[in-house]
Design a binder for this molecule. Structure first.
Ligand code: PLP
Length: 510
């Protein structure tokens, strides 16, 4: 039996290697985006439930023939889309190794080496963001889950009875069921009556914050989206006013979240100032560094994150700016695993055997978050960090920022385009504003950006998204790939020039 298993792995592994190598070889020249319409693809895969088996190699060939050409070509050096990177080969194959041994990292007894490696990787990530000894965390499916976990910790810290008795079980100034006052409870709770728990983040915060306050029972209306300055950073004066207003209204301010690499703009909130405000008002301070947290590996740019090390929790996604394949996110907690266990610990009978390392072994990850079965995602991060080292990462990250600066400078010199905001990471936002449309209505300019993005998408020569800034559509270019070079940025500038002229020509003939 095991001979057969071995032979099958060898046969399929060779096929997979050949397909992936061919894919990598043609990556630069291939279309970034398929021309197929959803209906075409639905037709291609519109098949009955298979009753009989198909030859696996034939399915691999079909993958190459039908799936690859219609995939978004995320690993391409010409993909400038969301925070989705070209995955490092070492991390891709580490992922395959993890699948082969199929560890379930929920409890360390079921995954001894995997659990210890996850713990090691978390220790490294904590070190990267500047946390000290005693900090800990948990790997997640991505930044959304990481932000949710962080907000759960914040909610429980502000009012720990909510975990067991629910939001409506007691007014917010209730003490614990046992009558003792928990010194860790946010002292604002003493002033609050039946007010709402409030979370603060900038109007640029990721949508996972909206989902998280909803899931945690705090309510979407209780996420205060604080105004930003002209460069899209949270305004701390506006934040202070919002907090004061909530205190006056009898609400309970719970958490302030800063962005280290906001989704639309890549900019970094003034984290040190947010840390000061959080301390002043006794709020949980979370930093969403899902993307930009990796900047901490660069000595040259680390200062832009000053204050991140003061956060109670940090989200950092290795599947963004650390180039590991999906899925791999992480949430880190400065005070360590105890905070996560307070929020999530529960031990079912079948996992309650002797833990083999004492009560406080930080390897039983089912106690640290909401996941049960847990893939060995730590392996690809471990391989990636071991092969590149933080210095290797820093070199790539710095090159990507320099390419983005170069692109922004060239855009700034064009008459028909303008940069929106500034480059702080590897994101540049811009608008196409031709002379003849300088006085056009906002909606018309929005439509223009969409037309230009659509034409470039259809060209297959590059891909980037649009976003909305100051209420108006903008183009958003993010250098994601470690394969991207200056010539690709030159090609993109040439493409923007060519397609923008075509957009105007097409409008004139209407
Ligand atoms: C700043 C930020 N936070 C959180 C997330 C959510 O991450 P994920 O999509 O991995 O859940 C994203 C995703 O792009 C993001 O940009």
């Amino acid at each position: 039996m095991s001979e057969r298993l071995s032979a099958e792995h060898e046969q399929l592994g060779k096929l997979a290697t050949e397909i992936i190598a061919r894919y990598a070889r043609t990556l630069d020249a291939a279309r970034v985006c398929s021309e197929a319409a959803p209906g075409d693809l639905e037709k291609m895969f519109d098949e009955p439930l298979p009753l009989e088996g198909t030859d696996a190699p034939e399915l691999f060939r079909r993958f190459e023939r039908e799936v690859v050409p219609h995939a978004m070509n995320i690993p391409s050096p010409r993909y400038y889309g969301l925070f989705n990177p070209t995955p490092l080969p070492v991390a891709v194959w580490a992922d395959a190794l993890a699948s082969a041994i199929n560890q379930n990292g929920a409890a360390w007894r079921n995954s001894p080496s995997a659990s210890v490696i996850e713990s090691r990787v978390l220790g490294w990530l904590c070190e990267i963001v500047g946390y000290g000894a005693g900090s800990f965390g948990t790997l997640t499916s991505g930044g959304s889950e990481a932000n949710l976990i962080a907000l759960k910790c914040a909610r429980d810290r502000a009012a720990d009875f909510v975990r067991d008795r629910g939001l409506r079980a007691a007014p917010l100034n209730a003490s614990r069921a046992d009558g003792r006052v928990d010194s860790r409870i946010n002292s604002n709770a003493a002033h609050a009556t039946a007010g709402n728990m409030i979370v603060y983040a900038s109007e640029q915060c990721h949508y996972s914050f909206v989902k998280s306050v909803d899931i945690l029972g705090l309510g979407r209306d209780n996420l205060r989206k604080v105004k930003t300055d002209a460069r899209f950073h949270i305004r701390t004066d506006a934040l202070r006013r919002e907090i004061e207003r909530d205190l006056e209204a009898g609400n309970l301010p719970v958490c302030v979240a800063g962005a280290a690499g906001a989704t639309s703009t890549g900019v970094i909130d003034p984290l040190d100032e947010l840390a000061d405000l959080a301390r002043e008002y006794k709020l949980w301070f979370h930093v969403d560094g899902a993307y930009g947290g990796s900047l901490a590996m660069s000595e040259k740019y680390r200062h832009r994150l000053r204050g991140i090390e003061r956060a109670d929790s940090v989200t950092i996604d290795p599947h963004k700016w650390m180039f590991v394949p999906f899925a791999a996110g992480a949430v880190l907690v400065r005070e360590g695993g105890g905070v996560l266990r307070d929020a999530f610990d529960i031990t079912p009978e079948y996992l309650s055997e002797e833990r083999g390392g004492g009560e406080d072994v930080p390897f039983d990850f089912f106690r640290y978050g909401q996941l049960g079965t847990r893939r060995f995602n730590a392996l690809k991060i471990w391989f990636a960090l071991k092969t590149l080292g933080t210095r290797g990462y820093a070199a790539i990250i710095e090159r990507q920022i320099e390419l983005t600066d170069y692109f922004a400078a060239r855009v700034g010199a064009l008459e028909e385009f303008e940069c929106v905001g500034e480059v702080e990471t590897a994101v540049c936002c811009l608008r196409f504003v031709p002379k003849e449309m300088r006085d056009a209505r906002g909606e018309e300019l929005d439509a223009l950006q969409r037309e230009l993005q659509g034409r470039i998408e259809r060209s297959g020569e590059a891909w980037f998204s649009t976003t909305v800034l100051e209420g108006r559509r903008a183009l958003r270019v993010n250098v994601n790939s470690f394969l991207t070079e200056r010539r690709h940025m030159d090609d993109l500038l040439e493409l923007l020039g060519r397609e923008s002229r075509e957009v105007l020509k097409a409008r004139k003939t209407l």
